[in-house]
Design a protein around this ligand. Structure first.
Ligand code: C2E
Ligand code: CA
Ligand code: CA
Ligand code: CA
Length: 284
């Protein structure tokens, strides 16, 4: 047992392997970074795939800056936060941050209405499972004088399938608050498509792995084309993520995809860069 002093008691059994110890330390650092307000949200635009590519909104994406200009990507720390209650604290922080930012942008006249554009927030499986989820989200936004009507919540297929009945309820409650809902990473997890019919969702986000696999080859087109067709038949809009090339964009347009997000249009940007981006978009 090592006593590191202060608040930091750590118990290391002698046979605990290195990987486990590193993981515990990593979680500690993440908790500390959250408490010290060192995490950031970046915003990546989503555009409608029609003439002039009008802006639909931004997805908020967590970043953990390391002080040397580099970031630890969320794929490396979200899964660890997911293993404990840390994810709920993180999720709440994200929500508070977006609510605050949203109020500021509205005060600056940058987001005149929720019809102008919306902000996407990722919800983790563990957050989504909580019975008090919607109350917590709503009170976050209420603190800034806002409702949930300017928000699109993104929930992975996997998170929805953990308990489909519960998911159905949560989605309905979110939508009764005016929020929109999206199935994230569509196509990566569970093959059961029938549940989509029952869920109150607005958008399907087609995972970037499908977009990156796009080639003129008919087999590659078949999967994504089927996904878009299915979504439309069920009354959902499709958003393709990870669009990096003009060829992918053109292909998605031909397939009737509704919206796109990716480095081709813009990388995720800091909140401070959003006003400039909005200006450029407005100028066309
Ligand atoms: P995601 O929700 O699927 O987010 C889309 C990811 O694709 C983001 O990765 C984004 O930066 C990346 N991306 C966007 N355009 C392109 C492109 O053209 N090419 C490529 N290669 N990638 C592109 P990021 O920001 O690293 O986030 C990774 C994942 O971490 C997210 O995947 C999401 O699952 C999770 N995440 C991020 N922020 C949050 C959050 O606030 N809460 C929760 N629960 N999860 C989050
Ligand atoms: Ca997402
Ligand atoms: Ca996604
Ligand atoms: Ca993903």
């Amino acid at each position: 047992v090592k006593n590191e002093g202060g608040a930091g008691y750590r118990f290391y059994a002698p046979d605990m392997n290195e990987a486990v110890i590193r993981r515990i330390e990593f979680e500690h650092r993440l908790r500390a970074a959250l408490q010290a307000h060192q995490l950031e949200l970046h915003y990546q635009p989503i555009h409608r795939l029609s003439d002039g590519l009008p802006l639909l909104g931004f997805e908020a994406l967590l970043r953990w800056p390391q002080g040397d200009g580099r970031y630890i990507p969320p794929d490396q720390f979200i899964p660890i936060a997911e293993e404990s209650d840390l994810i709920e604290h993180l999720g709440l922080w994200v929500c508070q941050q977006v609510a605050r930012q949203s109020r500021l942008w509205r005060e600056q006249g940058l987001q005149p209405t929720t019809e102008a554009w919306r902000i996407g927030i990722n919800l983790s499986a563990r957050q989504f499972d909580r019975a008090d989820l919607v109350d917590r989200l709503a009170s976050c936004f209420a603190q800034e004088g806002l409702g949930l009507d300017g928000v699109t919540f993104e929930i992975t297929e996997g998170a929805m399938m953990r308990d489909p009945q519960r998911a159905e309820q949560q989605l309905q409650t979110l939508r009764s608050h005016g929020a929109q809902c999206a199935v994230d990473d569509f196509g990566t997890g569970y093959s059961s498509l029938s549940y989509l019919r029952h869920f109150a969702i607005d958008h399907l986000k087609i995972d970037k792995s499908f977009v990156h696999a796009l080639s003129p080859h008919p087999d590659d087109l078949a999967i994504i084309s089927a996904a878009i067709g299915l979504a439309h038949q069920l009354g959902h809009q499709t958003v393709a993520e990870g669009v990096e090339t003009v060829e992918q964009l053109a292909c998605l347009q031909r397939l009737g995809c509704d919206a796109v997000q990716g480095y081709l249009l813009s990388r995720p940007m800091q909140a401070a860069e959003v006003p400039g981006y909005l200006e450029r978009v407005a100028r066309g």
